[in-house]
Design a protein around this ligand. Structure first.
Ligand code: GCU
Length: 523
């Protein structure tokens, strides 16, 4: 029965997929069809992926390598085989071969690089993406450590009048120090968005809450009256201690949020999954689905990473209206997949003054053309929803077009990093021994950073300084800061986190923002 139903389901899906796939153009027309026809599709991830493969003319995908080193198809960790392609594109050479040697020419080159990432890697943001309205829904006065802060829940609502069945509410918590003398620098951190330290009722209010709760319980179970009478001081709700010692990082430091507010920064917690779900099934929902009126993507459209980056840009739109924040000093931060999203945010939106890119790996800081750990196939297949549909072409095994691989991608990660020049860009990693997997390719990320480096001096900034002769084959040792210029590198001795690098980031950004820092000469 289950099998039958499944078959029927598949049959319905395949005929639906065929109709959809028969013409990408008619799909695009359907996407811009009138509002009344908005009926969100309910594809599974597998169905959505198949649909995109059909649109692209792909019959099967090459599987990505295994992360398990004992598996026969495990990822490559042999440096002799790690650089199979010699055609890593140069950020400072135009597509027609001309060298870029002035800031004016860089603007033209920049546009070429943006086009490469939009067409073929992360995808384009459609022109008809709905306008977002932000509203402050809750204002709380809290303490983070000993620092009084204002914590606001701010919700961004994209106009869904064209498709009421898809309701997107971008969730962000904005926290700023209360006794700041003026607008503060602020770091947006991708991740869950909850109030960091909710304000609590007073003793007297706790007393009233307890009395009311006891009365309710007695209504439910009258025998409890006796119990409460015997223990008159027993409270159902008790205040938590005013000062709570935070859970310290492996390196003994307090959490990122504590370090930021202690130095006079604000921070915002932005939940990417409220912009776009982290799976293929969600692509006909979230901001991508809303813009497409519930229909599947066309191949050049944005994937989840670009949607998360777009969400951060909309968050910055809000911050530009918040008088507690210096919108000219807003940074973006994330780790792992959110590290990729943070780099993409800063690359595409020059209003961001700084980025802290945590352990971002493939699709982030490391070269797409490197063959080390996670591969292009891993992103094109398993995590296809992060990318534009077009990216799947580079992982196709059997298709209506000749096979393509990483060397056919028009751009590479050195150019993604370059798009953030001359602004503040900190590439951060930990070490494999503590859990920042080899899979992430630390060396390939340093290669890309070094390759991107010349764009900073071209634009009048300092790049990686002091390089002290370090090269990808002679990597900077762990816990060595290369942070004297606006392009920074530091591999800390912790795991898959950016926390041990946060105080280095703060001190470095403070210096370039011309702001005094509580973190002095820590490296
Ligand atoms: C996997 C994936 C990475 C990703 C990471 C994460 O390891 O292969 O690309 O960065 O998950 O986000 O946790």
């Amino acid at each position: 029965m289950v099998i039958l139903r499944r078959r029927l389901h598949l049959a319905v899906f395949f005929s639906a997929a065929f109709i959809i796939a028969s013409s990408a153009r008619s799909l695009a027309q359907a996407n811009s069809a009138s509002n009344s026809g908005c009926k969100p599709d309910t594809f599974t991830t597998e169905e959505d992926q198949k649909n995109m493969m059909q649109q692209l003319g792909i019959r099967s995908m090459r599987p990505g390598p295994s992360g398990d080193e004992r598996a026969p198809n495990h990822a490559n960790y042999d440096e002799a085989k790690a650089n199979p392609f010699s055609n890593v594109p140069d950020a400072l050479t135009m597509n027609n071969g001309q060298k870029v040697n002035t800031p004016e020419m860089w603007q033209k080159r920049r546009a070429e690089i943006v086009e490469g990432f939009e067409c073929c890697v992360y995808g384009r943001v459609p022109k008809n993406v709905p306008k977002v309205t932000w509203s402050v829904t809750t204002v709380d006065h809290e303490f983070i450590g000993f620092t009084p802060v204002v914590a606001k829940e701010v919700i961004g609502h994209p106009d869904n009048s064209g498709c009421p069945d898809i309701n997107v509410n971008i969730r962000m918590i904005v926290v700023t120090p209360m006794n700041a003398k003026g607008p503060v620098p602020l770091l947006i951190m991708f991740g869950p968005a909850a109030f960091p330290s909710p304000n609590q009722p007073s003793q007297e209010e706790f007393g009233r809450i307890n009395a009311a709760m006891k009365a309710l319980l007695i209504q439910q179970d009258p025998s409890l009256k006796e119990v409460f009478a015997q223990h008159p001081a027993y409270a159902l709700q008790t205040p938590r201690p005013f000062f709570q010692r935070p859970e310290l990082n492996e390196d003994g430091d307090p959490p990122n949020a504590w370090e930021l507010v202690a130095d006079g920064w604000g921070f915002a917690l932005l939940d990417p999954t409220t912009v776009q779900a982290d799976n293929g099934a969600g692509l006909t929902r979230g901001i991508i689905g809303l813009t497409n009126h519930g229909q599947p993507r066309t191949p050049e459209q944005w994937g989840a990473l670009r949607a998360w980056a777009w969400g951060a840009s909309r968050a910055l739109d809000y911050l530009e209206t918040d008088s507690a924040v210096n919108a000219k000093q807003v940074g973006i931060d994330g780790v792992s997949r959110y590290g990729k999203a943070a780099l993409i945010t800063s690359a595409f939106d020059p209003r961001f003054a700084a980025v802290l890119v945590g352990s971002s790996g493939k699709g982030g800081a490391t070269l797409l053309r490197r063959n080390w750990g996670e591969a292009v196939e891993s992103l094109a297949g398993g995590e296809y929803h992060w990318m534009a549909g077009n990216f799947m072409k580079y992982g196709a095994a059997d298709a209506t077009f000749p096979t393509k691989n990483a060397s056919d991608i028009p751009v590479d990660s050195n150019e993604l990093i370059a798009l953030t020049a001359p602004r503040l860009t900190f590439i951060s990693y930990g070490v494999p021994e503590k859990g920042d997997a080899k899979w992430l390719d630390h060396k390939g990320s340093f290669m890309a950073t070094v390759l991107a480096n010349p764009v900073w001096p071209l634009l009048g900034a300092k790049g990686l300084v002091p390089l002290n002769g370090y090269t990808p084959d002679n990597m900077p040792p762990v816990n060595t800061s290369i942070l004297d210029g606006q392009l920074g590198w530091r591999q800390h001795d912790g795991g898959h986190t950016d926390a041990p690098n946060m105080k280095y980031f703060i001190e470095w950004a403070d210096k370039f923002f011309g702001k005094p820092s509580v973190y002095h000469n820590i490296h």
